[in-house]
Design a protein around this ligand. Structure first.
Ligand SMILES: O=C(O)C1=C[C@@H](OP(=O)(O)O)[C@@H](O)[C@H](O)C1
Ligand SMILES: C=C(OP(=O)(O)O)C(=O)O
Length: 430
């Protein structure tokens, strides 16, 4: 275990930075590049632990993937170019890798076993196993096929119409990746719109998915063609730096080249409602994905009500939003966020317990949390724990901006799951 000490009380945040590539887009780029025909070049690929696991797995499935300077080059041989792996496929800490790969492999004519770390082996896989079984897939797992290790005996599937009970891009994407390989029409309906990177990227590779409202339709089988993907910076990573600047007097930060797909920018909508001085500049489209620079200045904030359709658009930003809310005037209520219980940790429990340890007025609810902000009152430093959850680790590191004493974060090594270089970048703007 690595413990890291963060000490930044009131150190203003200044400068112009870039954050590493978007994790969701990087996973999809390497998956789709691997099943496309011809060469795919990926610039800005996130070299974080999660995406490196996906890349390694595609190599185990027989795909040639090489680093060329800052780029990844994939020599795709089409979907039939994948071959049975000689060993188990290890997704590490990545739910996205596990769930998208179950979908992709369920229609491949070979046997694979997917494993991960202790956290992954506790996270629900039935949400993808059930719809894929409806498509005819042969998938087994621990605990009545709910948990990993998961075994996939790939075979020919048939299209389905599926009403997903959760707004999950991982569920939607697993079904679309199976549907892409399946004769006929596959339809997924979700309660609220989740991130749509899979749909956009299938189109960037020359394929077709249509979306009307919350209904996504794919007609298979489809062939994809290699392309050039430029991965923008990850807004979920940028959020930690936006938070640091917002809560620290005198701060002014520019974050260049961040993905601002509307299915991901719930954090910006809520921050603006809280009174934050956050603006987008230089907006453009890259591979059908909106990209922008983000300019943020220290702001006096007020509490907000956060729930409903915005939740899937900011699900990974709730830990850092909770910290921001401790520094805002009044009450912040987060509801409809039960999905937090099945992330790398139960993020309702870990956020509330660790921020409370630092002196925040925060309590758990059934589907979220309530925070009574105490702007002007410093948090307490001391020893806190990420419990191996990268987003909790980074939230606690940023909390050191508002804590008088140093903050020692246990299991800080988990930060590399999504944000290699986080500590160095933070030092560079303090
Ligand atoms: O599809 C993706 O890339 C992701 C979808 C979200 O999970 P769910 O699909 O479980 O909501 C998100 O929390 C995760 O970090 C990445
Ligand atoms: C939940 C996350 O990722 P995953 O589901 O891919 O493990 C995350 O990055 O916050």
């Amino acid at each position: 275990m690595t413990s890291t000490i963060f000490h930044g009380y009131n150190k203003k945040i200044q400068g112009k930075i870039k954050v590493p590539g978007d994790k969701s887009i990087s996973h999809r780029a390497v998956l789709l590049g691997s099943i496309a025909e011809g060469k795919t070049k990926i610039d800005g690929f996130l070299m974080g632990d999660d995406c490196l696991h996906t890349m390694q797995i595609m190599r185990q499935l027989g795909v040639r993937i090489e680093k060329d300077g800052e780029s990844l080059i994939i020599e795709g041989n089409g979907i039939d170019g994948l071959s049975e792996p000689a060993d188990v496929l290890d997704v590490g800490n990545s739910g996205t890798a596990m769930r998208l790969l179950i979908g992709l492999l369920s229609a491949r004519p070979f046997y694979s076993v997917l494993v991960g770390d202790a956290s992954i082996h506790q996270r629900p896989m039935d949400r993808v196993v059930l719809p894929l079984k409806e498509m005819g897939a042969n998938i087994t797992g621990r605990a009545d096929n709910r948990l990993a290790p998961i075994t996939v005996n790939g075979r020919k599937l048939h299209g389905i119409e599926y009403d997903s009970p959760v707004s999950s891009a991982q569920v939607k994407s697993a079904i679309l990746l199976a549907g892409l390989q399946t004769e006929g029409t596959t339809i997924v309906r979700e309660p609220e719109l989740s991130r749509d990177h899979t749909e956009r990227m299938i189109r960037a590779f020359g394929g077709s998915v249509t979306t009307e409202g919350m209904v996504h339709t794919i007609v298979g089988p489809q062939k994809l063609t290699g392309t050039h993907i430029k991965v923008p910076g990850d807004i979920s990573s940028a959020a930690f730096f936006i938070a640091a600047a917002l809560i620290t007097p005198g701060s002014h930060l520019i974050i260049e080249n961040v993905g601002v797909n509307p299915t991901r920018t719930g954090i910006l909508d809520i921050l603006q409602a809280m009174g934050a001085d956050v603006a987008l500049e230089n907006e453009r489209l890259v591979n059908d994905e909106p990209v922008s620079d983000i300019v943020v200045r220290h702001s006096s904030l007020k509490g907000a009500e956060i729930g409903g359709e915005v939740i899937p658009r900011l699900i990974d930003e709730i830990p850092i939003l909770a910290l921001i809310a401790t520094q805002a005037e009044g009450q912040t209520v987060i509801r409809d966020a039960s999905e937090l219980k099945v992330k790398e940790t139960n993020r309702i429990v870990t956020v509330v317990s660790q921020l409370r340890k630092m002196g925040a007025d925060i309590e758990e609810t059934d589907d979220g949390m309530i925070i009574n902000g105490q702007p002007g009152k410093p948090l307490k430093g001391g020893n806190v724990n990420s419990f191996g959850d990268h987003r909790i680790g980074m939230m606690l590191a940023i909390a050191s901006q508002a804590a008088k004493e140093p903050v020692k974060v246990d299991h800080a090594e988990s930060i590399a799951v999504s944000f290699p270089g986080f500590e160095t970048l933070l030092e560079s703007v303090r």
